[in-house]
Design a protein around this ligand. Structure first.
Ligand code: SAM
Length: 370
């Protein structure tokens, strides 16, 4: 029995390490995804216990116990690793999901409640704070609808449109709005990008949690709706440079860039206003920057990548992001170095130069904000 207990504890320890790694590599996984992932493991373990139960009853007991533990791993990850209050995860049979669902929280990392007050994730909170008070808001790709609900509920905006192109997130947003009792002030609309709003209907548009290329194409396709918009708050998950290029070309000036880390992910939040409403001109914003102690000049291309406002106030997260990029480039370089093709030689040189320059930029940028 003691051996079985030791065996169980050893395996449980390994599973804990595995869970931490999975959570780190897959921070965007929702409860449903984690549930499917861990239940599969649980079924394998319980199945194995059945196969060995006649010849190795002690081992079968260990496997069965581990299997049962795995069945609750998704909830454990949510409550322990993601600090989601256990009471917010409610189990009930559901024809839709067959296992468990959120109570009123649709994504543990995006919101929780302290008493009756909604507490957004830091990322959504920052985005919300970029919305000028009293604006009419459209949140495109609203998913769970947390941002418009929080913005209206807190009194920051009088009304909002939550746009969604997909049915699942659309229903989630409708439910969120209904549960908040805000159906008269938040219009949840189905549609592609800015098609959900009419011209002159909103003052501020937020688009968050998508790739920079997708955000750019949403803005490009809905250009006719932007004439009356006073502010854009955008949070691309990747491809920030694509978005910066579009903003510049379309005469939107960045007035704020913020880089932050939450749950192991790094986010950039870009706020822009029409050039006609900004004192800062594009040429000033993207003026080449000479780095102290270096011959390197950060030209427009560099600034598009790094962020023209971020390079002037680089924080610890900024340095971490670009150090991670260097590591990715080094990994690609190691791969390319194995090839003997002539094209690979050229690629190697390019990568080496890129890495060297990035290292130089990071070494020369001011560190007084750290
Ligand atoms: N904005 C939320 C946030 O930042 O937490 C949700 C981000 S979620 C990862 C992206 C959402 O954008 C999904 O719900 C998806 O259905 C929606 N979406 C993707 N393309 C869209 C489009 N062209 N128009 C409207 N919604 C879109």
């Amino acid at each position: 029995m003691q051996i079985s207990l030791l065996h169980y504890c050893g395996l449980a320890g390994l599973i804990l390490v595995y869970a931490v790694l999975i959570n780190g590599y897959w921070p965007t996984a929702t409860l449903m995804m984690l549930e499917a992932f861990w239940i599969l493991h649980a079924v394998l373990l319980v199945g194995s216990s059945w196969w060995v139960h006649r010849r190795f009853p002690h081992l079968a007991l260990v496997y069965f116990s581990i299997g049962m533990t795995l069945a609750f791993m998704a909830e454990a990850v949510m409550s322990i690793l993601r600090h989601q209050a256990a009471g917010d995860i409610v189990f009930y049979g559901s024809t839709e999901t067959c296992c468990c669902k959120w109570n009123f929280i649709l994504d543990s990392k995006k919101m929780d409640y302290v008493g009756d007050v909604m507490k957004l994730s830091q990322r959504l909170q920052y985005i919300m704070e970029q919305i000028p008070a009293g604006s009419r808001l459209a949140d495109i790709g609203s998913d769970h609808g947390l941002l418009p609900v929080a913005a209206v509920r807190s009194g920051r905006v009088p009304q909002a449109v939550a746009g969604e192109v997909n049915d699942g997130p659309l229903r989630a947003a409708q439910k969120q709005v209904a549960e908040a009792g805000l159906t008269d002030r938040i219009m949840v609309r189905k549609g592609d990008g800015l098609a959900v709003i009419k011209a002159h209907e909103v003052d501020v548009i937020t688009i968050a949690g998508m790739g920079g290329a997708l955000i750019t194409s949403i803005l490009e396709q809905g250009k006719d709706k932007l004439a009356s918009v006073k502010q854009l708050v955008l949070q691309p998950n990747v491809g920030e440079d694509i978005l910066r290029r579009w903003l510049m070309k379309q005469q939107w000036v960045l007035i704020d860039e913020h880089i932050m880390e939450e749950d192991g992910k790094i986010y950039e939040i870009l706020t822009a206003v029409p050039a006609s409403a900004s004192d800062l001109k594009q040429d000033e914003l993207y003026r080449p920057l000479r780095l102290p102690g270096s011959t390197l000049v950060l030209n427009r291309d560099w600034l598009m990548q790094l962020g023209p406002l971020l390079v002037n106030k680089p924080n610890e997260i900024f340095f971490r992001k670009w150090q991670l990029e260097i590591r990715k480039l080094q990994a690609v370089l190691a791969q390319v170095s194995r090839s003997e093709l002539e094209a690979a030689q050229h690629k190697q040189e390019q990568l080496r130069k890129q890495i060297e320059q990035l290292e130089e930029v990071l070494a020369c940028l001011p560190k007084d904000k750290l």
